[in-house]
Write a protein that binds this ligand. Structure first.
Ligand SMILES: C[S@@+](CC[C@H](N)C(=O)[O-])C[C@H]1O[C@@H](n2cnc3c(N)ncnc32)[C@H](O)[C@@H]1O
Length: 219
């Protein structure tokens, strides 16, 4: 069974039992369901639904984060290449013995990523670096500044699994026929066939408690 390949802010892994309990009573009686997730994030609900319901015949996912969507596309289309890149990153990282050496190496990779123009981060290397950061940065956060520079500091994980081959292969298999879109959730209406039984799972970002509240991350 596939499960999220990244730790994601607002991930719903732990809430799955509650979500599943609230599915429409007649969900399983529909023979052909289109499953649509406009704010997919790490995809906890997506992977659960794909593994449990074989009446789902069409799947559309979307997110506004282009770096995350690039990962979904690379896992679906070029999983072997991604595994190669990621296992090299893992090997190089593990070869470094001290926290300081690893920290330094992390920032060198972060600089490498930030030198790639934002509109060119649609390739294997960018996806591998994105997953590497997710496993090694502070709390698995993904945050960019206004210039598009990823700015999350190094984390404190002692021996993070950077290349989880089985998870990535399971996700690759699960995404085989999934339509992966990038953009604002509003745009998803373009691909919806309103004659079908469409099931939407919406999990939008949370409104900040204070108007301008935000993280301040300092290297
Ligand atoms: C609460 S998270 C979803 C978490 C997901 N359910 C999971 O289990 O990981 C909200 C997601 O909405 C995305 N998002 C924010 N604004 C958006 C927009 N206008 N259109 C589409 N996606 C958006 C964010 O990038 C984030 O991945």
């Amino acid at each position: 069974m596939a499960k999220p390949f990244v730790k994601w802010a607002g991930g719903k892994g732990k809430l799955l039992p509650v979500l599943v309990n609230n599915l429409p009573d007649d969900f399983v009686t529909h023979e052909e369901v289109t499953y649509i997730e406009p704010f997919v994030g790490g995809g906890a609900m997506l992977f659960h639904m794909l593994s449990q319901y074989d009446n789902i015949v069409r799947v559309v996912i979307n997110d506004i984060n282009p770096a995350l969507i690039n990962c979904y596309r690379m896992i679906r289309n070029h999983c072997d290449g991604l595994l190669g890149e990621l296992s090299q990153l893992q090997t190089s990282f593990y070869e470094l013995e001290t926290h300081d050496e690893r920290k330094q190496w992390y920032y060198t990779r972060r600089d490498e990523y930030n030198r790639i123009p934002v509109h060119e981060r649609n390739n294997l290397r960018s996806a591998a670096l994105f997953i590497f950061f997710n496993k090694t940065c502070f709390n698995g956060l993904y945050r960019e500044n206004s210039m598009g520079n990823f700015n999350v500091p190094f984390g404190r994980y002692v021996h993070p699994t950077i290349c989880n081959e089985q998870v990535l292969l399971d996700v690759h298999e699960a995404l085989r026929n999934v339509e992966i879109m990038h953009g604002d959730y509003n745009d998803i209406v373009r691909v919806v066939d309103w004659n079908e039984y469409n099931f939407f799972y919406f999990d939008p970002p949370y409104r900040p408690l204070l108007g301008a509240s935000n993280f301040r991350l300092i290297r």
